[in-house]
Design a protein around this ligand. Structure first.
Ligand SMILES: [Zn+2]
Length: 326
C-alpha cells in the first residue's frame, strides 16, 4: 500500500523523530518483513543504533545501507524535509532554496544534497521503457549547430528515448553520450529500453545493429508525409528539456552537472500527471532503497562497452564548473 504524507503538516507531524523516519524507510525497504541481504534469512534483530542483525549469520545491516543517507552526519528528519521540498517544487529546486528552507549553514552542503537527490531520481538500467520507443539525439548548449557523429564544441550530446503512448509521450529517458557513434548509442538504448521493444529511429548508421541487441528496429525515412519531423516525440522532448534548462536554471548548467539536471527533468516529466506531492516524495524514497532495485543490465554483453555506466557516475563526482550557454 502506498503510504505517504499528504501535505507539509502531515510530514512535520509524522516525521518528527529519527525513529519515525527509520521506521518508514524500513517499511519501504522490506514491505514483507526483513530479509537478510547476505543469507536471505527472514529473522533479524533491530538494535537501538538503527542496525539490524541477522540471527543465523550475524550479518549487520541498516535500513540506510547503500542509500544516499549512508554516512550522513545530518539527521534523517532533515533529509526528509529536503526531499519534501525538492519534490514539491513545481519546476525544479535550487541549492539556495534547499539552504534557506532547511537552514543549512553552507551553500556547498545544500548543493551537494540537491545533487544527491537528483541522482536518486533516476537509476540507470531500472524500469526501462517498453512498447514503442522513439530514440534520437539532440545537442544541448553551444551557439552553432553541431555536426552529427562528431563532438561539437561547447555542446553536450544527449540521447532521448520517448515511449509512445497513443499520440502522447509516455515516459522518457535522457542520457548524455560522448558522440553519436554506434559505440555510444547502442549502450544508451540498451540502458533505456527493454529488450523486445520496438525502437524507432531515423536512418543514422549509429543505430545499425539494434536488431542484434534484441529490438524490433523501425527506421523512419524522410518523405513528404513526415517532412522534417521524423521523430516528433523526441523533437518535442528536446524542445521541452531545453526550455526547462533555460527557464528554471537560467541556462547556467555546466557540462559536468548536466546529468543531474537530466535526471531531475526525467523524474519530473515521467510524473507530470501525478497531482500528489506526497506521492513524489514517496517515489523518490522508494527508488532510493536498494531493495527495490531490479538487476542491472549487462552492458558488456550489449556492446562491449562496460565503461559507459561508470563514466556517467564519475561525472557526478566532478566539482568543476564549465558553464555551457543554452
Ligand atoms: Zn543472514
Amino acid at each position: 500500500m502506498e503510504d505517504y504524507p499528504k501535505n507539509l503538516l502531515e510530514l512535520e507531524r509524522r516525521f518528527s523523530t529519527e525513529e519515525a523516519c527509520r521506521q518508514y524507510l524500513y517499511e519501504l525497504r522490506w514491505p514483507d518483513g526483513f530479509q537478510c541481504p547476505r543469507c536471505s534469512h527472514e529473522k533479524g534483530w533491530r538494535s537501538s543504533d538503527g542496525l539490524i542483525r541477522c540471527t543465523p549469520c550475524d550479518y549487520k545491516t541498516s535500513v540506510i545501507a547503500g542509500t544516499i543517507f549512508e554516512g550522513t552526519r545530518k539527521p534523517l528528519v532533515l533529509w526528509f524535509r529536503a526531499i519534501w521540498w525538492v519534490t514539491s517544487q513545481k519546476n525544479g529546486a535550487s541549492a539556495r532554496g534547499v539552504q534557506r528552507v532547511l537552514g543549512l549553514g553552507s551553500y556547498e552542503t545544500a548543493w551537494a544534497w540537491l545533487h544527491k537527490l537528483r541522482r536518486a531520481m533516476v537509476r540507470p538500467g531500472r524500469d526501462r521503457l517498453s512498447g514503442t520507443v522513439e530514440v534520437d539525439e539532440t545537442y544541448i548548449g553551444g551557439q552553432k549547430p553541431g555536426k552529427r557523429g562528431r563532438g561539437a564544441e561547447g555542446k553536450a550530446l544527449v540521447v532521448i528515448a520517448a515511449q509512445e503512448d497513443g499520440k502522447r509521450i509516455g515516459r522518457i529517458r535522457l542520457q548524455r553520450v560522448t558522440d553519436a557513434s554506434a559505440r555510444s548509442l547502442k549502450p544508451a538504448v540498451a540502458q533505456a529500453v527493454e529488450t523486445g521493444s520496438r525502437v524507432r529511429t531515423d536512418d543514422w548508421n549509429g543505430y545499425n545493429g539494434l536488431k542484434h541487441l534484441g529490438y524490433v528496429h523501425e527506421i523512419v525515412r524522410k518523405d513528404s508525409a513526415v517532412e522534417d519531423n521524423l521523430l516528433p516525440l523526441c523533437n518535442r522532448v528536446a524542445a521541452l528539456v531545453k526550455r526547462w534548462l533555460i527557464g528554471t536554471h537560467q541556462g547556467a548548467v555546466s557540462h559536468e552537472h548536466l546529468d543531474y539536471y537530466l535526471d531531475e527533468y526525467t523524474f519530473r516529466f515521467n510524473r507530470r500527471t501525478s497531482r500528489s506531492r506526497g506521492k513524489l516524495f514517496y517515489r523518490l524514497l522508494q527508488q532510493e532503497l536498494p531493495q527495490s532495485l531490479k538487476p542491472m543490465i549487462d552492458l558488456s554483453r550489449a556492446s562491449g562497452q562496460q565503461g559507459q555506466e561508470i563514466a556517467i557516475y564519475s561525472s557526478y563526482a566532478s566539482q568543476g564548473d564549465t558553464p555551457i550557454d543554452l
